[in-house]
Write a protein that binds this ligand. Sequence first.
Ligand SMILES: [Ca+2]
Length: 217
Amino acid sequence: MFSLSHHRLTALCSTTFLLGTITLAAPDPAGMDNLSGPVCEAAAPAVKSWDFQKDAQNWAFIGGWSYSGDASAVWDAANGGCLKVNVDFSDDKDQSWSEIKLSDGSVTKASPIRVGAGISQASFDLYYDASQLKGDAALKAKLYASSVKDNVVIDQPIDDMGTAKAKDIPGTTWKKTHVRVIFEDKVTEDIAHLELSIVGYLTSYKGAICIDNIELK
Ligand SMILES: [Ca+2]
């Protein structure tokens, strides 16, 4: 069930909910909540999302770790608007963790991400040129966040970007993968700083990658 796309899962939730209302002999609100709750968890609304429809939404390259190339993050009209990250791992192709840090500069202590009931997962779409990932080379990622209380509330490496199941972009060497990670600990403190890092693993990838539909929920 968890390999279904978001839309399929949403549809499944509606169906299950309807079946529940039909088959319950004596429906009571509490029982129906129990039926719909766990199944529909993945369809819960995002606490915060970025769809890059019109601009880069304050995301920018803020620095690297074991990364010696240049990088930039700019808005691009492709894919209904996305964040295009120009990377150059060519001098770091022997590194197993070469990191490009991206951050939404509008997230600060003065204007934090209000987590409400909490954040327990993150997801985003990644578009990349598969012809540049040969042999052992891979792209990985990391999510990092600190709270308004100066605690590190997310420090989550993402080793598997789902590239084995990535979809081809017809007529190109590009692929798209949907990355989703569930945190071990729910984030319950408002976020004052958020980073999404793109990590090169034994890769000399040089050029663009695109990120879209970042979601925290
Ligand atoms: Ca978009």
